[in-house]
Design a protein around this ligand. Structure first.
Ligand SMILES: [Zn+2]
Length: 175
């Protein structure tokens, strides 16, 4: 958690909650945004790294297929979102909450704000906190990824050890 702001400050400036809600009003829009964040240079296979990827939008929950190694995957594969049944819209809002509240967000708040069970909220909060503890700018590959390795980055800020890293939001969301 970044300190250095005034003691009374408990939020960051950036996109407003209403903008997040309005902009990400369908799963498809959130998914498209996650894809753009994760693979700004084109969808890459999380297994072999190939860019030779076929998209079959109707093939949920894994709409992408690597033509080289034949792995089927989605934008969630290999991230903290993997195996989560919580809609991406709720994840986006949860990450938003964490990115804008410097003093943290309780799982009880997520439970109430997102209309998810306390158990789901607890898991969600846990994953987000772990991810942000490792790397404040994104949530990346398996949350149990080695912390030291996860900190290695190229000059462009791209994580080396977690090729599937998804940049998200401690910074204001791009509009
Ligand atoms: Zn592949």
């Amino acid at each position: 958690m970044t300190k250095g702001s005034g003691p009374g400050k408990s939020y960051r400036k950036g996109i407003s909650l209403i903008e997040v809600v309005e902009r990400f009003n369908t799963e498809e829009k959130v998914e498209a945004w996650f894809i753009q964040q994760r693979w700004p240079n084109g969808i890459a296979c999380p297994k072999c790294g190939s860019l030779n990827v076929a998209t079959v939008a109707s093939r949920k929950p894994s709409p992408f297929r690597c033509r080289d190694c034949r792995k089927h995957f989605s934008v969630k594969t290999g991230t903290v979102l993997h195996s989560s049944n919580i809609p991406l819209r709720k994840w986006a809002i949860a990450f938003y909450q964490y990115s804008t509240n410097l003093k943290g967000v309780s799982s009880m708040k997520l439970h109430r704000d997102l209309g998810i069970t306390q158990k789901s909220a607890w898991h969600m909060a846990h994953r987000i906190r772990e991810t942000m503890a490792v790397d404040g700018n994104r949530f990346s590959g398996p949350v149990e990824a080695d912390e030291t390795a996860a900190r290695k980055r190229t000059s462009t800020g791209v994580s080396v050890s977690t090729p599937g890293a998804v940049r998200l939001a401690r910074q204001p969301l791009p509009v």
